[in-house]
Design a protein around this ligand. Structure first.
Ligand SMILES: Nc1ncnc2c1ncn2[C@@H]1O[C@H](COP(=O)(O)OP(=O)(O)OP(=O)(O)O)[C@@H](O)[C@H]1O
Length: 409
């Protein structure tokens, strides 16, 4: 298939400062391509070169099979629409006038606007939720509203290729989703290339992603191929947790957030944490940032608390998913608890899954804390054991701060 827009060995500079170097990309018709990359890596420069605002030092941009430099301005504007990063509009035009400017490529120089032009502009305002602003001065609407107006202007242009430079940077989350949903719905009738800073929006809406760094493309492919923790770390120097979104199956990324654990001075306090399903994550961070020596488990190796503890280099006693606690793990738990200053069991009520861990605590000679908001026992063996342990001096604590205080940290 012939690409609808392509960059062929593009090199672009501002004066002596070379920004893009030998960059090639072919975009197939109907796709939604997202460009990601750290600040200053050349994303905007690339988009501006694709839309002919900048002229390359070397290489070419091809639009629908022709060199972009050969198009006359109106012909190109009928094919290619661009929503730029800057949302400043110099003069006091009304929102409707701004959106109608998108019709210019379609009308003669002195020809009046037709009913069709007005209807197309109204439709563009309706779809971007700006019709109610039509008679307001564009200088007197909010940054987010102006961004939607500029998207409406480009939609009124009815391009076949849409280039978007951070199209939702000024929008609240509701409008971000609304606008991206709208742009997505335009594909595959039109082809979209957009610069994103939000990995998760790019992952959800784009078919393919391009990762740029230092004026080059360093990765290209599906969101799952491009958004890996290693690639993100290499490009952005940030450690991300990349998982599959539970509802969409697409990759989503959250920063791992550094705790002060790496720099915290060791305080000599050894705390063992028994938890599961994410109930221990907040405590791991609180203890690590105070310099405690933490151990954890027994926990299944696919458990959220396993990942949380592993990220902090905590020693974890593990079992395979759904496996019973083995004799060896129970023994190790006994040894660790014996050398600990305190044991914290997270998450109330304690489920049956932690029964084996609780049984080990029965003969432990160490302060035991049950951490959790809910103090109800739900019945069953685990609850009976919790009650028994509390009868023998274990303490229930409702929140992490309170626990930290009680541990003297
Ligand atoms: N008009 C200009 N004149 C000179 N240098 C420029 C100009 N515009 C951008 N640059 C430089 O070119 C490089 C790439 O800038 P560009 O705006 O393309 O990056 P970007 O990846 O879009 O960044 P951001 O994520 O911050 O928007 C940067 O070093 C920037 O300082």
């Amino acid at each position: 298939m012939t690409p609808v827009i392509s960059a062929e060995k593009l090199s672009v500079s501002y004066g002596d400062h070379q920004v893009l170097e030998n960059l090639s990309l072919a975009v197939e018709e109907g796709g939604f391509i997202g460009i990601l990359g750290p600040n200053g890596c050349g994303k905007t420069t690339f988009l501006r070169t694709l839309s002919r605002i900048l002229e390359p030092d070397a290489g070419a941009v091809m639009v629908e099979g022709l060199d972009v430099s050969t198009y006359d301005t109106k012909a190109l504007a009928k094919i290619l629409g661009c929503v730029r990063q800057e949302t400043d509009v110099a003069f006091g035009f009304t929102v409707r006038e701004i959106v109608l400017m998108g019709r210019h490529p379609h009308i003669g120089r002195l020809a009046p606007l037709s009913e069709t032009d007005l209807a197309i502009a109204d439709e563009a305002m309706r779809t971007t939720n700006t019709l109610h602003l039509a008679d307001r001065l564009v200088t007197e609407v909010s940054g987010g509203e102006r961004q939607r107006v500029l998207i409406a202007r480009t939609l009124a242009q009815q391009p076949r290729i849409l280039l978007l430079d951070e199209p939702t940077s000024h929008l609240d989350i509701n409008h971000q989703l609304e606008i991206l949903q709208l742009i997505h719905s335009l594909t595959p009738k039109i082809t979209v290339v957009g610069v994103f800073h939000d990995f998760n929006l790019a992952s959800y809406f784009c078919d393919r992603l391009i990762l740029m760094n230092g004026g080059k493309i360093t990765a290209a492919g599906t969101p799952a191929e491009v958004l890996t923790a290693n690639r993100i770390r290499e490009s952005f120097q940030v450690q991300m947790l990349v998982s599959l979104h539970p509802l969409t199956g697409k990759p989503y990324c959250v920063p791992e957030y550094e705790t002060a654990s790496e720099t915290a001075a060791e305080n000599g306090v050894r705390v063992h944490v028994i938890s599961g399903g994410g109930s221990g994550a907040k405590l791991f961070h609180a203890l690590a940032s105070r310099g405690c020596r933490i151990t954890a488990g027994v926990v299944a190796i696919n458990d959220a608390d396993f990942s949380a503890a592993a990220a902090l280099d905590v020693e974890i006693i593990t079992e395979p998913p759904f496996a019973a606690v083995s004799y060896a793990s129970a023994q190790r738990l006994r040894e660790i608890i014996h050398g600990s200053d305190a044991v914290v069991v997270c998450g109330m009520p304690i489920g049956q899954g932690n029964l084996a861990n609780l049984l080990v605590l029965q003969d432990a000679d160490v302060p035991i804390y049950f951490l959790g908001e809910c103090e109800d026992f739900t019945g069953g063996e685990a609850s009976a054991l919790v009650e028994e342990l509390c009868g023998n001096g274990a303490v229930q604590v409702s929140d992490t701060c309170d626990l930290i205080r009680r541990l003297g940290l």
